[in-house]
Write a protein that binds this ligand. Structure first.
Ligand code: ADP
Ligand code: MG
Length: 240
């Protein structure tokens, strides 16, 4: 579903990604981890064209992300992305947050968009909040709305960039539980997270990055029991 082949990227003179190669098969969950500043956010943003890259190739469902002929907004509409800071529209109600993209980008009618949006809002356990505004919800609730909003666009894959790292500890599990459910239903997911409990539960593979390089890309059990690089072992020792 997602293929990166020797992707390199520079911010000016600074090389942020060096020859990154990995893939996410349909239905697979890949967790991306590594120290702060190692390029995880940059990597995941290149996948849906939010960050351009200068070398290599990325395809999503066979569509080349770097090809200037590719309609990036059309591609992005098919890939759900959830960020650290929820990024809901503060001046819109929860229901409006859920329906706006569906109507604007997918051309759905308000009725259809509402039906789908509320279905996913119900799924994340927040149907009672539909007429509230984001500021009236807790961080964990807002992040669940952000996930419901992404799902209501019928994505072919979901990208998560540290979705729980801005949350108070007691709210982390309510978000992870939604993500575990998605993974178990077969959603294709690329997840930047340091939540190794989540990784152990549902990841198929782990990508470990350091200084813009993919240092490890292996099946989950191998990563946790037998990481090859010192850098990955140091990282695990610090966070587990
Ligand atoms: P991570 O998500 O692993 O913490 P990032 O992808 O955010 O890492 O950043 C990787 C490196 O790129 C960091 O050194 C960061 O300072 C740098 N960087 C990120 N965004 C920019 C930018 N817009 N311009 C210049 N440097 C950037
Ligand atoms: Mg980051």
């Amino acid at each position: 579903m997602i293929k990166l082949n020797n992707v390199s990227k520079w911010y000016g003179q600074f090389q942020v990604l060096t020859d990154c190669t990995t893939q996410v098969a349909k239905g697979e969950v890949v967790v991306v981890c590594g120290p702060s500043g190692s390029g995880k956010s940059t990597l995941i943003k290149t996948v849906n064209g939010l960050e351009p890259f200068q070398k290599g190739e990325i395809t999503v469902d066979g569509v080349s992300v770097g090809d200037p002929k590719t309609d990036l907004s059309k591609l992005r509409a098919r890939i759900g992305m959830v960020f650290q800071n929820f990024e809901l529209f503060p001046h819109l109600s929860i229901r409006q947050n859920l329906t706006l993209g569906q109507m604007k980008v997918l051309g759905r009618s308000e009725d259809e968009a509402t039906e789908r949006g509320l279905k996913y809002l119900d799924r994340v356990g927040l149907i009672a909040q539909k007429d509230k505004f984001p500021g009236q919800l807790s961080g964990g609730q807002q992040q669940r709305v952000a996930i419901a909003r992404a799902l209501s666009m019928d994505p072919i894959a979901m990208l998560f960039d540290e979705p729980t790292s801005a949350l108070d500890p007691e709210m982390i599990n309510e978000v992870l539980d939604v993500m575990v459910g998605l993974a178990q239903e077969g959603m294709t997911m690329m997840v930047v997270t340091h939540e190794m409990g989540f990784a152990k539960k549902v990841a198929n593979r782990i990508v470990f990055m350091d200084k813009g390089v993919i240092v490890e890309d292996c099946v989950k059990d191998e990563f946790f029991t037998n990481a090859r690089s010192d850098r990955a072992r140091d990282f695990l020792a610090k966070i587990i």
